[in-house]
Write a protein that binds this ligand. Structure first.
Ligand code: ADP
Ligand code: MG
Length: 724
């Protein structure tokens, strides 16, 4: 019997791992391992505390003395918590996060050791940058990048290590990570949005961007996972016939959560809360073994860090419970993939900006302005926004009739559509009645009664308005949230800047606001789409509207280097052309390397697993035919052997095709590998190598149906997808 049987059997007998129950309620252990405001207050001298708060809230620079003092307080807390090491924690352009640990020790100058953690260690570290991708920003002789503390994201403890969130930049100042440009995009958005918000309320001091992410994921039993080299090496199954039952009954979505999974979720939630991640929602998703977790939304920079932290925590806690957590966007063909919805909104220090109804007509006009300028940004840079969520892995999910299509559009809901139409078509004079000294007072009878209903939903839209926020649904489950947000924030900042300039040129009063608003409602109309985003008709219509319809990942990535993208990033001071080019090199390189690995793994699996097993089964069938022929007269034997002979031929056909295509795939890979330029190489992998991965799979999946179950080596979909 194949090893697979033993593994499946053992997995089905596993019991839930007990979860240590904290003695107190969540409000008591929330942020236990975080140096949050309350601990800052307790462990820092008064002046230091105040200077640090100012740095966090107003972005004021910290002096070295203050940094030393902060480090002193942090160390005291960390040592009390049992920490012995510290690390700068950063988000390189590869997946996930990176860290480099240093012990809290220094020579004391007398031959002994001293527990030491200085402001210098807190503020700056120099991990060797040469092994992180930099797309040629950093030539090898200048292998210096450094990480710098981000005071806006609190330090935390994992195990024995104090983790310090940092940006990661090259010696020349260019960003080698996601956090640096994210923070710049947030600053640009704050500046532009504050200026616009002040047209309505001069007291507004700043605008904050909020993010609430929803993280989807799959769990598989870790032993079954280990028996699937494709899952281990590529994060997805490269073969596997659909299970007879998968998601067609919709029973998983509403079903109860299996006990082993419940224990995992409980454990994960406790640990996430202890790390200050405000996780709130958990539920089953559509596909079997698919789940979702969402926190309460937070300030964008912090929320991004929390998502990165959560993804690594999920993997760790899953292992403890005998699972492997799959964050790949499409681990299984034929069932839904995983996304990460990014719920994005803006608020001022005095209230929210994307919420209606407001108290006054002016509030509602302001609401309309922020909605429309968000749409303007999304419209002008729809191709770039798609590029920001595109990857080799997410490409499997987009447009697969379960996830948003590979065309960016926005769904607003009936009431908001009507409001924008009303503003667009009514003349300024019908919207105003003259009153008071300032000349105009808004009189828009429809607007004060505005009640934007968030039950009005369209699941097929990649960028939907949902009551008080936009939900960017095209983001992939494994992505760093920041990639999409850098593009979105910058695009909206640019739109708001343009709005502000044109409105102030018109005098900056309510009438001017309305005129500019009307202009922009007309300009970005093409991005509004309420119909079915999965339909074929939409693809044709979107192309007619001039929206970006490209689906090839390497070509979609080109959008970063469009003149209007470069101009936007430069003008908003988020990234320069050099950085953008360097980052694109990394994107193309990452893309083709993923396909390259998949192609290699598939080739190996064919040659070492599938072909031998299928051939053996074919021999057994041939043996049977041979023996039947030796026992029965020819006529009777023909009859008796007919079915097996047919199978033998089918197996033969599939095997021949597999061998032929694996050879051809190897040749295509060799040809692609000879290409020097990253972009061209990525295109070659997309056009000439990737198609073989799908077509070879087709034949393997057919063989899986023919070959006897007992000898099939790899766990099947029905075994991987149903945790008991
Ligand atoms: P859904 O019905 O889409 O699952 P939820 O109510 O579960 O929506 O919320 C999803 C996420 O949206 C949560 O992280 C939540 O905190 C976040 N969210 C709610 N309101 C806002 C807002 N104004 N800005 C940003 N995120 C928000
Ligand atoms: Mg949602």
């Amino acid at each position: 019997m194949s090893l697979r049987f033993h593994v499946v059997e053992a997995a089905s007998k596993k019991q839930p791992v007990p979860v240590p129950q904290p003695a107190e309620r969540p409000s008591k252990y929330f942020a236990k391992y975080v140096f949050n405001q309350e601990k800052m207050f307790r462990y820092l001298p008064k002046d230091t505390y105040r200077a640090l708060r100012r740095a966090i809230e107003q972005g004021e620079p910290l002096s070295r003395e203050v940094a030393d003092s902060v480090a002193g307080g942090m160390k005291q807390w960390a040592v009390e918590m049992g920490a012995t090491h510290c690390t700068h924690w950063f988000q390189p352009l590869t997946e996930g996060t990176a860290e480099k640990h240093d012990a809290f020790i220094e020579h004391d100058g007398k031959g002994g050791m001293l527990e030491e953690f200085t402001g210098k260690m807190l503020v700056q570290q120099e991990p060797d940058a040469s092994s992180f991708p930099s797309g040629g920003i950093r030539s090898t002789f200048e292998a210096r990048g450094y990480s710098a503390w981000d005071p806006a994201s609190p330090v935390f403890i994992i195990g024995d290590t104090l983790m310090i969130p940092t940006v990661f930049i090259a010696y020349t100042g260019e960003a080698l990570d996601y956090k640096a440009p994210l923070k710049k995009s947030l600053a640009a958005l704050d500046k532009a949005a504050t200026a616009v918000a002040r047209l309505f309320d001069p007291d507004v001091k700043r605008v904050t961007c909020n993010l609430g992410w929803e993280q989807e994921y799959f769990l598989v039993d870790e032993d079954l996972y280990a028996a699937r080299p494709d899952l281990v090496l590529t994060g997805r199954t490269l073969m596997g016939h659909s299970s007879a039952k998968n998601q067609q009954m919709d029973d998983h979505y509403f079903g109860s959560i299996p006990e082993r999974v419940q224990a995992f979720m409980r454990d994960l939630e406790i640990q996430a809360l202890e790390l200050g991640i405000p996780v709130k929602t958990r539920h089953n998703e559509v596909a079997p073994n698919q789940f979702e977790l969402a926190p309460i939304y937070e300030e964008c920079n912090l929320a991004v860090d929390h998502n990165m932290l959560l993804m690594s925590l999920m993997k760790r806690v899953a292992r403890k419970h005998g699972f492997h957590c799959l964050l790949h966007e499409k681990p299984f063909a034929g069932v839904n993939g995983s996304g990460k919805h990014e719920n994005w909104s803006l608020s001022t220090d005095t209230g929210t900006l994307l919420h209606a109804p407001g108290k006054t007509p002016e509030d509602n006009l302001r609401f309309a302005v922020f909605i429309v300028e968000t749409l303007m940004g999304v419209y002008r840079h729809n191709g770039l926004l798609k590029a920001s969520i595109m990857s080799a892995t997410n490409a499997h999910r987009l447009g697969a009739n379960e996830a948003p299509p590979a065309i960016i559009s926005s769904f607003l809901g009936k009431q908001l559509e009507e409001l924008l139409d009303h503003i667009e078509t009514s003349s300024t004079d019908t919207l105003f009645s003259m009153k008071g000294k300032k000349g105009v007072r808004l009189d828009i009878p429809q607007i004060p009664e505005l009640l934007i209903d968030n039950t009005d939903r369209n699941r097929t839209s990649p960028f939907a308005f949902t009551g008080n926020r936009f939900e960017f649904r095209a983001v992939g489950s494994s992505a760093n949230c920041a990639s999409a947000l850098i593009a979105l924030n910058t695009a909206v900042a640019e739109a708001l800047t343009g709005f502000y300039e044109r409105t102030t040129q018109r005098g900056g009063d309510t009438r001017a606001v309305l005129e500019t608003l009307r202009e922009d409602i007309r300009a970005c109309k093409a991005i509004r789409f309420s119909g079915n985003g999965y339909s074929e008709a939409w693809k044709a219509e979107a192309a007619e509207r001039g929206l970006d319809c490209e689906t090839s990942t390497p070509l979609v990535i080109d959008r970063y280097l469009d003149p209007e993208s470069i101009a936007m990033f430069e003008h908003m001071k988020v990234m320069n052309a050099h950085e953008l080019r360097a980052r694109n090199e990394i994107k193309w390189e990452t893309y083709y390397k993923k396909i390259q690995i998949e192609a290699r793994v598939l080739g190996d699996l064919c040659l070492n697993h599938i072909i031998p097993v299928a051939t053996r089964y074919q021999s057994a069938l041939t043996d049977n035919v041979f023996k039947l022929r030796s026992v029965f007269p020819a006529d009777r034997a023909d009859e008796l052997c007919a079915y097996n002979v047919q199978l033998i031929e089918q197996i033969n056909d599939h095997l021949n095709t597999i061998v032929r295509e694996v050879d051809a795939m190897v040749e295509a890979r060799k040809a692609a590998n000879r290409i020097e330029e990253e972009r061209e190489k990525a295109i070659a992998y997309h056009d000439t190598v990737a198609p073989y991965i799908e077509s070879i799979r087709y034949h393997i999946d057919k063989l899986e149906l023919i070959v006897e179950d007992e000898t099939w080596p790899l766990p099947k979909y029905r075994e991987l997808l149903f945790i008991r």
